[in-house]
Design a binder for this molecule. Structure first.
Ligand code: M6R
Length: 611
């Protein structure tokens, strides 16, 4: 979970690298560094902390060249300090390496290389790669061949970009696990961890596959498979433009992305559901009714916010499919020996499409014969490439580490999928049409909600931002929203928060409630509304501070709660798309008030590509 970029062409490379790293900083931000090759040799500049520290260091130097690479780090091996920041070098200083992932056998390799006289300067696993290549070159092997041979000795997961100061103009890239994409430009080529830094230069992108190896120079890109055979692959044309990934005047990406949700949800259903005919259609996923009827169970695998979307998805799909559905964390699924066969459908839910735990769970399911579908936001990402079918969430690039629009578009994708399943099972077109109509008006309701409630939520944040703990309660489809609300608050404000099913509160968490405990409850009109009201009475009886997300005009709730946040009415399966938005805003404004680093919270990274 680091950001990687390498460039070769005619441009001054330092601004290209720094501009690219800014777009990759969400992947890790505990240190950063660049390597630039010019007539004087290889210059490596690194700095602890955020990219801005590296920028100010570079500001004092006159560093130029048109070939180099950069890295922004999320530490795994070795403290996040300048010495451990990438790039790392061999003993000669000519072989320079940046890396995302973990080299699992770095210790035995390091011991072997130390015994052969190599001197290590850092605590990282990455440095071993530079020395290993050097060792191969010492015995006469040419640079590119030495890299190929060194990589065969590595165990673990890596995306590597390597240059040799003695061979300017050649970049070598290798992938086994974490993503690497190559942008094919005119008289320039560029490689990075994702497409965002490439879009300024080209829209023609090649995704490297696991086990592949690429050699780039200014004029060409050659890709080789694990057996060293040349691979021919047409570039994909990426339609996201660079501006979509900028802040557009918002103070933080998170706030911008919260406000983009009406558009993102609309883009996710547009062109897939046709109200007139009552039909749902997916470009990248097609089942016949016969194929669908063979499934006996569905497993949904995901992490973090995507796992919360999966919990809502279970409600929607189980209702539509009437077969058992289980939801697992990716990190648990792969190790629990799940019962999976060719009658199992496994759905991986992942914004990035590169979360290592989710991918591993999906791989395990595939190995056992399951059909794989992914709900994913990133075209061509690892999850999509291994799946039999994909439902893309057209959220556009999500940069804020705290996931917002990815979540509401995942809920939209699940809703569409549930309609698709109802269609496959021969349900009445009229019922499906009604369900579609409700989806069509959701974007307006999101806009309305933001317009009417944002200011009020900001005020609430000002009142509650000093609280030490929060409890979030919900039942049914809103239980996952309680979990998501708690996750959002803790990850960006660092306030302890727990999400609980409201009915479960009396079995333990009720002991926490007193006049200092804010309780955020979701209590819209669902079949369990009255039950939730009883649970909220229990909170009030113990002087808890009750903030309730309820339907517009719920007068009874206004009397019971200390504060209400009203959301427009919609049908139960779509309510989570609306009720989650106040929790996102509350977390955002509380974090803002506490002066937290909202887009890049401490210890986190946008894509978790390690286990
Ligand atoms: O890219 P993914 O959806 O697979 O990511 C999964 C989680 O790492 C992610 O949702 C994480 O929990 C976010 N920080 C939540 O805001």
């Amino acid at each position: 979970m680091c950001g990687i970029i390498g460039y070769v062409g005619n441009r001054d490379v330092v601004p290209v690298l720094i501009g690219g790293l800014k777009k990759l900083e969400y992947r890790g931000y505990d240190s950063a560094g660049i390597a630039v090759v010019n007539a004087k040799g290889v210059d490596v500049v690194r700095a602890e902390g955020k990219l801005i520290n590296l920028e100010s260091k570079l500001g004092e130097m006159q560093l130029h060249g048109n070939f180099g690479m950069g890295h922004t780090r999320w530490a795994t091996h070795g403290k996040p300090n300048e010495n451990n920041a990438h790039p790392h070098r061999d003993c000669t200083g000519q072989v320079v390496v940046i890396h995302n992932g973990i080299i699992e056998n770095f210790l035995p390799l390091k011991q072997k290389l130390q015994a052969a006289g190599h001197e290590f300067k850092t605590e990282t696993d990455t440095e071993v790669v530079a020395h290993l290549i050097e060792e191969k070159m010492n015995s006469g092997t040419k640079f590119v061949e030495a890299v190929k041979s060194a990589i065969k000795e590595l165990e673990g997961h890596y995306a590597l970009v390597i240059i040799n100061g003695a061979e300017p103009g050649t970049i070598v890239a290798a992938k086994h696990g974490p993503p690497l994409v190559i942008g094919i430009g005119e008289d320039e080529n560029i490689v990075a961890s994702d497409v965002a830094p490439l879009l300024e230069y080209t829209r023609n992108i090649i995704y490297l596959e696991d086990g592949e190896f690429a050699v780039l120079d200014q004029k060409k890109v050659e890709i080789f498979d694990g057996e060293d055979k040349l691979v021919t692959r047409e570039p994909k044309r990426i339609l996201w433009d660079a501006v979509m990934a900028e802040k557009e005047g918002y103070r933080h990406y998170m706030l911008k992305e919260i406000h983009e949700q009406a558009r993102a949800v609309r883009d996710t259903f547009t062109g897939r559901m046709f109200e007139e005919s009552g039909q749902v259609f997916f470009n990248d996923l097609q089942f016949t009714s016969e194929e669908w009827s063979k499934f006996r169970r569905v497993h949904i695998v995901a992490c973090g916010t995507s796992w919360h979307a999966a919990l809502v998805g279970k409600f929607l799909l189980e209702e539509a499919a009437r077969i058992p559905i289980e939801v697992d964390y990716g990190s648990e699924y792969r190790y629990r020996n799940p019962i999976v066969d060719e009658h199992t459908l496994v759905i991986g839910v992942t914004q990035s499409g590169e979360t290592a735990d989710t991918i591993a769970g999906m791989q395990e399911a595939k190995r056992k014969g399951a059909a794989l579908v992914t709900i994913c936001n990133v075209i061509g990402s690892a999850a999509t490439r291994m799946s039999d079918g994909v439902i893309y969430t057209n959220a556009g690039p999500e940069i804020g580490v705290a996931s917002t629009k990815a979540f509401t578009t995942q809920l939209t994708a699940f809703y569409l999928f549930s309609l698709y399943v109802r269609q496959l099972r021969g349900e009445s077109r009229d019922d499906i049409r009604f369900a579609m109509h409700e989806m069509l008006v959701i974007p307006h309701k999101i806009e309305d909600l933001l317009l009417k409630q944002e200011k009020h939520i900001e005020e609430l944040a000002h009142r509650f931002y000093k609280s030490q703990d929060f409890l979030f309660l919900g039942r049914g489809v809103h239980y996952p929203i309680a979990l998501e609300g708690a996750l959002k608050l803790k990850e960006i404000s660092y306030i302890h928060a727990e999400g609980y099913p409201a009915g479960e509160m009396k079995h333990g968490p009720i002991a926490l409630i007193d006049e200092n405990m804010p309780v955020v409850a979701i209590a819209t009109h669902t079949p369990v509304y009255e039950k939730v009201v009883s649970n909220l009475q229990e909170v009030k009886a113990r002087d808890g501070k009750l903030i309730v997300i309820c339907d517009e005009g719920d007068e009874a709730m206004k009397k019971l709660a200390d504060e209400v946040i009203e959301v427009p009415w919609t049908v139960e399966p779509l309510q989570p798309i609306l009720t989650v938005i106040p929790t996102q805003l509350l977390a955002y404004y509380i974090a803002l008030r506490r002066g937290a680093d909202i887009d890049q919270p401490r210890n986190l990274a946008k894509s978790v590509t390690v286990e």
